[in-house]
Design a binder for this molecule. Structure first.
Ligand SMILES: Nc1nc2c(ncn2[C@@H]2O[C@H](COP(=O)(O)OP(=O)(O)OP(=O)(O)O)[C@@H](O)[C@H]2O)c(=O)[nH]1
Ligand SMILES: [Mg+2]
Length: 356
């Protein structure tokens, strides 16, 4: 899973990145960020700790989210700003989901076009930017397809199908509605996925600053963002930079009950409908990330493409059964053999039988 922080320049993305990824990327006042920062954030899970205690494996591997911290979008109205926004957004399309970071603090160390924070205005304008970006992309593609169809290119049938899908999406975007709940066939979904549309991806709305999420923030937007969190990025980054031994006292002093990494990862899991399944053994205990509704073959493909190709059956044991029985052999009675279409559950312990 690739997740990008997305927001206006100076909204505190790098500060949040440092807090969440436990990293120390400097954010130098007055110096514009040009490079993208990337780090894998481990997905902490108490169930994994239990499994490690049980199996005492040689290797222990938590799931990870790949977190990207790109330069912020310039909010200005100069033509150069618009170009830069287009370029930056283009590079961001490939993410599987986003954390929209909006500024909920004031500081003198960054020259904002508008010094006072206004999270509602920032979110609204961001969403508008993303909608327009999708609209432009689809309009451009539709135009190309119409030309091809007129010329009766070799790919005529394909082109007509693709245009039909786009023509279902365009009126929605033009009416200011996102595409998250647009229902399409599996085949069309594959086509749509290729477009990497912003308005069909999951979002966490994160207000960066000392106050909470303002009431009603994110309501009535073109695409719904039900997962909203507030994070004091500055404080959280300070905590992440500390010696682990000093953290509990700091957390107690400032009333922080969960590290930023866990809060944000949890929110991303919720917004994107992510689940974990586990593989266990003496060699390795490992967690893997899938989406709600993913089947056993998709789960197998996360482990290795060969396992998916040669898929025969999945041996599935619920986490609770293994833990209460005290091991894999001991919980044999609870193990089920499942086929390709089995929808993998959160916490399933899976072993793939494969012919390859
Ligand atoms: N008071 C306060 N200041 C913050 C907070 N988060 C960030 N800042 C300050 O805001 C300024 C910009 O923070 P960055 O984290 O660099 O923001 P950014 O979104 O990465 O900026 P760009 O990469 O240039 O878009 C810095 O001076 C930070 O110290 C916060 O939660 N509270
Ligand atoms: Mg930055």
């Amino acid at each position: 899973m690739r997740i990008a922080l997305l927001g206006w320049a100076g909204s505190g993305k790098t500060t949040v990145f440092n807090a969440v990824a436990d990293s120390r990327v400097p954010s130098t006042p007055g110096v514009l960020q040009t490079e993208e920062h990337v780090q894998v954030v481990k997905v902490q899970d108490p169930r994994m700790v239990r499994l490690r205690d049980l199996f005492k494996p040689k290797k222990f591997t938590l799931a990870g989210l790949e977190l990207h911290d790109p330069p912020g979008l310039p909010a200005g109205t100069e033509p150069g700003d618009a170009e830069k926004r287009t370029r930056l957004l283009g590079a961001l399309r490939e993410s599987d989901g986003y954390v929209l970071v909006v500024r909920g603090f004031s500081t003198d160390s960054y020259a904002y076009p508008r010094p006072a924070p206004d999270p509602a205005a920032d979110v609204a304008r961001l969403v508008e930017e993303l909608m327009v970006s999708d609209l432009n992309l689809l309009q451009g593609r539709a135009e190309r397809l119409r030309e091809n169809i007129k010329k009766r290119a070799k790919s005529l049938e394909q082109d007509q199908r693709e245009l039909a899908v786009i023509e279902r999406m365009l009126p929605r975007l033009e009416a200011g509605k996102g595409l998250q709940d647009l229902e399409v066939s599996v085949e069309d979904e594959r086509k749509i996925r290729g477009f990497q549309l912003f308005s069909r991806k999951p979002y966490v709305l994160l207000v960066n600053g000392p106050a909470g999420v303002p009431a009603g923030l994110g309501d009535g937007l073109a695409f719904p963002m039900p997962t909203r969190i507030a994070l004091d990025g500055m404080l959280a980054a300070e905590l992440a930079a500390m010696d682990p031994a000093d953290r509990p006292a700091f957390m107690a002093e400032f009333g922080i009950d969960e590290p930023a990494s866990e809060r944000v990862v949890h929110a991303v899991y919720q917004a994107a409908g992510l689940r974990s399944f586990f593989t266990v053994g003496e060699d390795e205990v490992r967690a893997w990330t899938i989406r709600v509704g993913d089947d056993a073959v998709t789960a197998a493909s996360k482990i290795h493409s060969d396992l998916a190709k040669g898929f025969v059956r999945a041996e599935v044991t619920p986490y609770d059964a293994i833990v209460s029985a005290g091991g894999l052999k001991e919980s044999k009675a609870a193990m089920r053999l499942e086929g390709k279409d089995y929808v993998v559950g959160d916490g399933d312990i899976v072993h793939i039988r494969s012919s390859v």
